[in-house]
Design a protein around this ligand. Structure first.
Ligand SMILES: Cc1ncc(C[n+]2csc(CCOP(=O)(O)OP(=O)(O)O)c2C)c(N)n1
Length: 569
């Protein structure tokens, strides 16, 4: 259907179109390049016309992470807009995260005015000469699926629809569009566009029958197969397919370095979080949406073990190097591939072998659960507080409407995640500063859920906390932030310890560049934006402190922060 909207500029037509395409938010960090857009927002606001909600996000790290968090919960891309080359530079780590996490996003930036004079929007500031680059898209090109510049108003619908379609086509990821000021400022009276969009939207792909049959033969004849998965739960519907396959064939599922909830943690076939010790015994490994299922340098499977890889792109074509074998690879939507594989493999499997396996792995699951519970009991009274204890106390307070966003220190083995979409961890690209913004985006996406953001003290600082707490208050997005404060960058310290086990740093204890002492009073940062915040030193206080903080978030509807003083390893 053709629609007509009365607008005054390209900027306004752009807002009309984004709203029509289901973009709810524009996460923005503005500059002089935004003038026509702000003018357009003013008109549409005054007249009550459709537009994505404008969100002032005072640091790009938070803005990109918010769009990331919103899309990871809803599956729908949102728009981010930053200030020309410099805003793009600040956003880059977040773009890398979205790229490696396959998160769709319409990443946009203003473009310095091109003309020195003569057009509405031409250069009129000092910055307008220094902020032009030869190729603005080159800043992000390696980490976006597509980049382009809006060159004229007549192209608006084609460009925006193409951007959104490419971002959402699998493997999903961010796209980058620059918006020159002169083009945004172009005068327009009527904007005509198709609603719904006519850009092609490829549906989900399924692997072909012959390849499925080959994988099924391998899996069904295996004696000791395992599944290793990391990010299957990016598609929440895929979790049920994996459960069916695991149950039919009694194959344990290992969530390794997982970024999503992929398999119910309390399922008797949940094999745990580290398959390393099993690799020497297994004969078939089903790698499901896992870019680095093990570390060949430390422990590889036996060479004769057969590897089946399942993923939207089992080659990880955007990675320069990835040498994991795939004797069979099922490309396409894992939800479909797993369902087809289960159907084809189950009738071929030997019932006695399956039954023996089921008993063996269920016993292993029970043993692991008991070992974890024992470990937590042993450290429950430790001061400074053990991170496992913080995690246990948090897990005890989670319900079916809780979402955890974890950037580093929440010990997921203490959790009991069983709802797809209830757990998200930082992407392996490792651009720190993701957690706070991602949690805020998740809260906007699921306003009735409790969102708990777990961060290390390092990750908290990277997350631009003043900007994040500002956003939480300004836009009524109450999140519980838990800072696992060990006053250091332990990940860096650990790397030194494994790099040189008996080296100078380990022997002398001298490890510069890893300490975050003296630690700031992080609770004051949250309080500065009206949040409830406490410092927790005493492990016995942890449950009550969490209850108070959750009350603030759930009942008072304001953000909360616990600065938990944790053990230094
Ligand atoms: C942008 C960025 N800079 C630096 C790093 C390197 N890095 C990885 S983990 C880490 C420390 C994280 O510290 P914290 O959040 O306190 O968790 P901890 O390691 O103490 O558990 C650093 C600095 C990174 N991943 N990203």
């Amino acid at each position: 259907m053709q629609k007509q909207a009365s607008v005054e500029s390209t900027a306004e037509a752009y807002l009309e179109l984004l709203a029509a395409r289901g973009v709810d938010y524009l996460f923005a960090n503005a500059g002089t390049d935004f003038a026509p857009l702000i003018e357009a927002y003013a008109r549409r606001g005054a007249q009550g016309l459709a537009r994505p909600r404008p969100m002032t996000v005072p640091h790009e790290v938070v803005a990109v992470a918010m769009a990331h968090g919103y899309a990871m919960v809803t599956g729908r891309p949102q728009a981010v807009m930053v200030h020309v080359i410099v805003g793009t530079a600040n956003a880059l780590g977040g773009i890398m995260n979205a790229s490696r996490a396959n998160v769709p996003m319409l990443m946009t930036a203003g473009r310095n005015p091109i003309t020195e004079s003569g057009a509405h929007g031409s250069r009129d500031r000092q910055i307008h000469w220094a902020q032009e680059s030869f190729d603005q898209g080159a800043i992000v090109r390696e980490f976006v699926k597509w980049d382009y510049e809006l060159r004229t108003l007549s192209h608006l619908e084609t460009v925006v629809d193409r951007a959104l379609a490419i971002a959402q086509a699998e493997p999903q990821g961010p796209v980058y569009l620059t918006l020159p000021r002169e083009v945004l400022a172009e005068r327009m009276e009527t904007f005509e566009y198709s609603d719904p969009a006519r850009a092609p939207r490829p549906g989900a792909l399924a692997p072909d029958a012959a390849t499925v049959a080959e994988a099924a033969r391998l899996l069904a004849s295996a004696r000791n197969p395992i599944v290793i998965t990391k990010a299957l739960g990016r598609d929440p519907k895929a979790v049920a397919s994996l459960v069916t396959l695991a149950e039919k064939l009694a194959v344990p599922v290992f969530e390794h370095a997982h970024t999503h909830m992929n398999f119910p943690q309390d399922h008797p076939l949940h094999g745990g979080f580290d398959p390393t010790s099993k690799l020497a015994d297994v004969d078939v490994i089903l790698v499901v949406e896992a870019d680095a299922p093990w570390y060949p340098n430390l422990q590889a499977p036996r060479p004769e073990a057969a590897i089946i890889q399942i993923g939207v792109d089992p080659l990880y074509s955007r990675y320069p190097i990835r040498g994991f074998h795939g004797d069979v690879a099922l490309a396409g939507a894992p939800r479909l591939a797993l369902a087809l594989l289960a159907e084809a493999a189950a009738p071929l499997a030997d019932a006695a072998t399956v039954s023996e396996r089921r008993q063996r792995w269920e016993a292993e699951h029970a043993r692991q659960r008991e070992a974890r519970a024992k470990r937590t009991r042993a450290v429950a009274a430790d001061t400074p507080i053990d991170m496992a204890w913080v995690s246990r106390c948090l897990a005890d307070r989670m319900d079916e409407r809780t979402i955890v966003v974890n950037e580093y220190d929440f010990d997921v083995s203490q959790g009991a995640f069983r709802r797809p979409g209830s757990y998200f961890a930082a992407p392996s690209s490792g651009g720190l500063g993701w957690g706070l913004g991602a949690a805020l985006g998740a809260k906007l996406a699921a306003p009735d859920d409790t969102v708990i953001c777990c961060v290390g003290d390092g990750a908290y600082i990277f997350g631009s906390p003043t900007a994040a707490h500002f956003v939480s208050r300004a836009y009524d997005a109450p999140v519980l932030f838990v800072v696992f404060n060990n006053r250091m960058w332990n990940a860096v310290k650990r790397a030194v310890q494994t790099h040189a086990r008996e080296g100078w740093a380990v022997k002398t204890g001298i490890m510069p560049l890893t300490e975050l002492d003296p630690a700031p009073d992080y609770e004051l940062v949250c309080r500065a934006s009206g949040g409830h915040a406490e410092r927790v030193d005493d492990p016995a206080e942890m449950p009550a402190a969490l209850d108070r903080a959750l009350h603030a978030v759930r009942v008072e509807k304001r953000q909360a922060l616990l600065n938990v003083i944790c053990k230094k390893p």
